[in-house]
Design a protein around this ligand. Structure first.
Ligand code: GCU
Length: 684
């Protein structure tokens, strides 16, 4: 990583006719050098102990001290940072920027910190070199900042090459194997390293036959990919199949308590580390949507996770075990089963049973990446488990990168949700490992990537903002997402005038809300076309085995998840939320239909009833997409032509689709409720 930093700085300074001198901590710069260098990048030490490091850096007597001008300040701020980190022993990747006497110094305790410090200077641009004297510390709040790729080596007959991918083919695989030319991966690695991502999983959580062999025959290729991520401080992970001992290894069982199975995994892990010494570990989707798992042997999810954790432990690897376990073959007639309950029911009794190199990866909501869900109660229920929050950057349920939907506000709201009531610890605190009276081991944030081999990387060029925002929130969950969006706009459109900036903000700032307005209302979710999940189909999932129902009839709509009369799901939350959600009078309107079945005439806080809310929001949401398309048309010529054309095409599709949603939802509600739209707008 340190070599990458030097290369990056050399390339940047070469543009201005400058050059770079590198030194080790024991070889201070001479006076001349110190004066001619605007930026000093210094590794303060790698032992994880600032005190030790600062001693090592003290310049030998008689030489010009390149450190004494800033080291006390660095020391003070690093000490402060350790306090900030609430006792966490060390925060790899942390850096300090000091501006003193016309020089800008970036100091870090490890090479990854230098890399992040360098990219931070680039982000800040000119102001990093011209501002007044200043000291700042920047540290990643989350130890894990990960992107999962749902990429298949073989093209899947239904899902295609990238499951839920909307950006073309895979950057890793083509023609049934790992690409020979991985230059796109190299560029992607640099891109991710520049925003602080430090882990990727390179294959789909639904692991098919060919993909299961990445762990064996595919290892040389995995090593090639890892070599491209390594210089940017990113560790590579593989999704593995729990049945691999049988399907790949030819054993008669995959029982986690079977010694042969344990030996098989230990041997595979040793093989991986022989070629990828910094391999990150495994991602596992077990006993979920047809994937094999420990239930087949009467074992629980902790038995399954610990099997792999123990194989990885000697090498420092981690298991990311997904909590997305539910019955996907439910009978829709069975009103006693509630999919929302499943993850908590399966996992909360296992708190404390997972080894310390297991991270339980929990989707943000109890269902499945919907536009609006309450946060998953699992997040509050497992204080003795390392827990990572899973988000979906790829827009499966939020417009599939045909609709401009910037998810920063949604993620920020989830991260800031106070699990035990206002002022208490948040989802972000739990993910970072600050979840109990004593701090739990650190974990972080994971998201499904939205990148493919598309010329613009993300299909919809504006969907790049989601990738950028996820990474920045993984680093600093508390930052204002609109400031992050502004940063992204500045970096992506360096020549943008005020008009372009305002137009981009106008399209994106409220785009999550706009999308919610013209799609499934008030937290009820789904209502999408089964299978591919694009476009409206109100009853598409109503009589299916997937557990995704809205129960609309002539009298009302919504799912009764109360303890009093429903599925009892509200009881999975701690106070105060178990009571806030239980009572229709205190349940927030935006989650009303997630928790309650109410009459169409039920009055909302806005003053209108549920039916009129659907009529109004769908009309207004669709109208906003038209205004966005017009605003974008007006900045033609001010942004690159190919990008303008692509966004224009996507906005036109968003307008078409939003009108389809609008008309289906309004008509559905009218036909079921019999209620008119008070404004007299067309219903069909
Ligand atoms: C969703 C998605 C699937 C995916 C699954 C998962 O259900 O539709 O394609 O496999 O999530 O997260 O595992």
């Amino acid at each position: 990583v340190a070599a990458t930093v030097v290369d990056e700085v050399a390339a940047a300074t070469a543009q201005f006719g400058g050059s770079v001198t590198t030194t080790t901590p024991d070889e201070p710069l001479t006076a001349d050098e110190a004066l001619t260098h605007e930026v000093v990048l210094a590794v303060v030490g790698s032992a994880g102990q600032v005190g030790t490091a600062s001693a090592r850096l003290a310049p030998p007597p008689g030489t010009v001290p390149r450190t004494d001008a800033y080291l006390p300040a660095v020391q003070a701020t690093l000490d402060g940072a350790l306090v900030l980190g609430r006792g966490a022993p060390w925060n790899p990747g942390m850096f300090t920027t000091v501006r003193r006497g016309g020089r800008t110094v970036v100091a870090a305790a490890d090479a990854a910190g230098l890399l992040h410090g360098l990219h931070d200077l680039v982000r800040r641009g000119e102001s990093a070199f011209t501002g007044p004297d200043d000291v700042s510390v920047d540290l990643p709040v989350n130890g894990i900042r990960m992107l999962d790729h749902w990429d298949n080596v073989d093209v899947h007959p239904v899902m295609g090459q990238v499951e839920r991918g909307y950006s073309g083919g895979s950057i890793f695989y083509a023609d049934g194997r790992v690409r020979e030319d991985l230059s796109r991966v190299a560029a992607y690695a640099r891109l991710l390293g520049s925003v602080g991502i430090n882990a990727v999983a390179i294959n789909n959580v639904n692991v098919a036959r060919t993909e299961a062999r990445l762990l064996t025959d595919g290892l040389p290729d995995v090593a090639r990919i890892a070599a491209l991520f390594r210089p940017h401080g990113i560790r590579v992970h593989l999704s593995v199949s729990f049945a691999a001992p049988m399907t790949v290894g030819g054993l008669p069982t995959s029982d986690p308590l079977d010694p042969d199975v344990q030996a098989w995994w230990a041997a595979r892990v040793a093989d991986v580390y022989a070629v990828v010494p910094d391999f990150g570990g495994f991602v596992v989707k077990a006993d979920s949507e047809g994937q094999p798992g420990p239930f087949a042997y009467g074992r629980d999810q902790a038995d399954g996770a610990n099997l792999l954790a123990r194989a990885l432990k000697p090498f420092g690897g981690t298991v990311f075990w997904r909590a997305f376990v539910y019955d996907h073959k439910q009978d829709w007639r069975d009103r006693s089963t509630d999919r929302a309950r499943a993850a908590f029911d399966h996992f909360s009794p296992l708190d404390g049973r997972f080894d310390d190199n297991v991270v339980l990866q929990v989707k943000y909501g109890p269902m499945d990446f919907q536009t609006r869900e309450p946060v998953s109660p699992v997040i509050a229920a497992m204080p003795r488990t390392r827990l990572a929050l899973e988000l979906q950057v790829t827009q499966e349920y939020t417009g599939q990168q045909k609709h401009a939907v910037w998810l920063g506000p949604q993620w920020s709201q989830i991260l800031g949700f106070p699990l035990w009531g206002e002022g208490g610890r948040t989802v972000a605190d739990v993910a970072a490992g600050l979840c109990g009276p004593t701090d739990a081991p650190r974990a972080g944030l994971v998201a499904v990537s939205n990148v493919g081999d598309d010329a613009f990387w993300t299909g919809h060029p504006l969907a790049q903002a989601n990738l950028y925002t996820f990474a920045r929130l993984a680093w600093s969950p508390e930052i204002d997402p609109v400031a992050v969006l502004d940063e992204w706009i500045g970096l992506t459109f360096p020549d943008a005038d005020d008009d372009v900036r305002a137009t981009l903000h106008g399209i994106l700032d409220d785009s999550w809300r706009t999308y919610e307005d013209y799609t499934a209302p008030l937290g009820v979710g789904f209502m999408v076309r089964p299978g591919h999940h694009y476009g409206p189909d109100v009853d598409g999932y109503e009589y299916t085995p997937w557990g995704t129902y809205h129960f609309a009839d002539r009298d009302g709509i919504g799912v009764d998840r109360t303890r009093a009369t429903g599925t009892g799901f509200t009881g999975q939350y701690p106070a105060p939320w178990r009571d806030v959600y239980e009572d229709v009078a205190t349940c927030p309107d935006e989650l009303l239909l997630f928790f309650h079945h109410v009459p169409w005439s039920h009055g909302l806080r806005s003053g209108v009833c549920v039916a009129q809310h659907v009529y109004d929001t769908h009309w207004e949401g669709a109208a906003r997409t038209e205004r966005n398309a017009e605003a974008w048309a007006a900045v033609a010529g001010k942004v690159p032509a190919d990008l303008h054309a692509r966004v224009t095409e996507r906005l036109a599709e968003q307008v078409r689709s939003a009108h389809e949603w609008r008309d289906q939802l309004r008509t559905y509600v009218h036909r079921h409720s019999g209620l008119p739209d008070a404004t007299g707008r067309t219903l069909y």
